[in-house]
Structure formats: C-alpha cells, structure tokens
Ligand binder design. Structure first.
Ligand code: URA
Ligand code: SF4
Length: 229
C-alpha cells in the first residue's frame, strides 16, 4: 500500500521533516489541498498534541490549529495551566480533506478514513522520534485511532494516562540518565510517551452543551498537566 514512508527522510530534525513533507504524495489528499500543514511549536516540547487534520483556515495559512478549533484549544490549555507556546501541535493527517464549497464559502471538512490515517502515520512517528515528548495528547477520535488503531474509543478511555502502543514505546525522553536509578525506572523510561486521549476542540463548538463539553476537555488536559508534573 502507498504511504508517506517513502517521503519521510531519516532525520530527527523537525524543520527537515517539515520541508520534506511539503512534497509528500503518500495518499491522494495532496491533490486538492493547498499545502501540507506540518506540526508546529516547540521542537523540544514535553507535550505533543495531535489533532485530526488541518481545517479550512489551516489549509490556507499552512499552520495547525490557527482557526476556530485552535482558539478553543488555546483557551482550554491555558485553563488547564498548560501553555500552547511550550507545546508541539500537529495533526494525524497533514492535508485538508474537504467537500468542495461554492465560491468564497468555507470548505467543509470531511473526516479522513483509515487509508489516509495509515498513509500519513509515518510523519507522526517521525515527529514523535524527533520531539520525544514524555506526554502525547490525542485530540479526538481520528488522532486516537491514528495512535492506537481503529478499535480505540475516546468515549471509553478519555482522561486516562495510557501506555503507548508497542511501536511508539521508547519514543520519549522521560528522565535524564542520572534520574534512572533502578532497572525498573529504566524500563519505564523506555516505555513512554504516556498517552492521554480527549475530545476534539471542534466538538465543543458543535455541541449543544458547549459548557459541559469544554469543562470535560479542560479536565482531561489537567490530567496531562499533572502527568507533566
Ligand atoms: N482541526 C484539527 O484537527 N486540526 C487543525 O489543525 C485544525 C482543526
Ligand atoms: Fe502525505 Fe499525509 Fe498529505 Fe497524504 S495526507 S499526501 S500521507 S502528508
């Protein structure tokens, strides 16, 4: 099957990865989107946040979470005592999948399918290997399924600190060598990043019970803040 793997350079430099992703043709989404929207933020962040895919605004501007969902995310992070400027923010799928709209209207997002999630996953793995965050946050079902596989249910496992899937274990800097005193500490250091799944910020915007949804998002992000210590 066609994936991004052929386009991902052997590099742990985020800028180098971002440059290479501009010409990715790992799935068909590059054809209609404006540009690749790669992850952005602190390349040495202790927390990586993964969304679904760029939206209309992100597709035009080339940056993740700069539209309405980004506003909700930024506020929720601040309310959980996390600072977006100290995070690395990316998406499970790096091109905008959309239903074409009439001229000058906002294009409507279309949920990426398993094919695109799997095709784009090598970029996410490369970002993890470059940033090595101790905590990885999945914002919504697409991100969680990209990380854990199609059986994952956010409704059941949100707000919990979960071990990473086997192929992502070890892609985290959890402690300095000095901090690892026992073999047990060592093995737990190898098993990171810890993963926390929550709802997607745009679910807050769509919900009838916006306030409750928002509080739930902030509560889950507080779990992240606690995990970061
Ligand atoms: N929604 C996402 O999942 N990601 C973005 O970057 C913007 C909106
Ligand atoms: Fe490549 Fe991902 Fe874009 Fe598909 S969505 S072309 S895999 S960067």
């Amino acid at each position: 099957v066609r994936t991004a793997a052929d386009h991902v350079p052997d590099s742990t430099d985020v800028a180098e990865l971002r440059a290479a992703a501009q010409t990715c043709q790992g799935c068909d989404l590059y054809r209609d989107a404006t540009q690749t929207v790669f992850g952005a933020g602190d390349p040495r962040a202790r927390v990586m946040l993964v969304g679904e895919q760029p939206g209309d605004v992100e597709d035009r501007q080339g940056e993740p979470f700069v539209g309405p969902a980004g506003g909700v995310l930024e506020r929720a992070l601040a309310d959980a005592d996390l600072d977006r400027r100290h995070a690395y923010v990316t998406n499970a799928v790096k091109h905008f999948k959309f239903i074409p709209a009439e001229r000058d209207k906002r294009r409507l997002h279309k949920t990426p399918g398993r094919t695109e999630i799997v095709a784009c996953r090598p970029w996410l793995v490369a970002e993890l290997a470059a940033v090595r965050p101790p905590v990885l946050v999945c914002l919504g079902a697409t991100a969680a399924k990209a990380v854990f596989g199609p059986e994952f249910r956010v409704s059941r496992q949100r707000g919990q600190v979960l071990p990473p899937p086997a192929d992502l274990a070890g892609l985290a800097d959890l402690a300095t060598t000095d901090d690892r005193e026992s073999p047990a500490d060592n093995s737990s250091a190898r098993s990171g990043p810890a993963v926390v799944a929550t709802i997607h910020p745009s679910a807050v915007l769509r919900a009838h019970d916006r306030d409750d949804m928002y509080v739930g998002l902030v509560d889950d992000l507080r779990v992240v803040a606690r995990e970061l210590g």
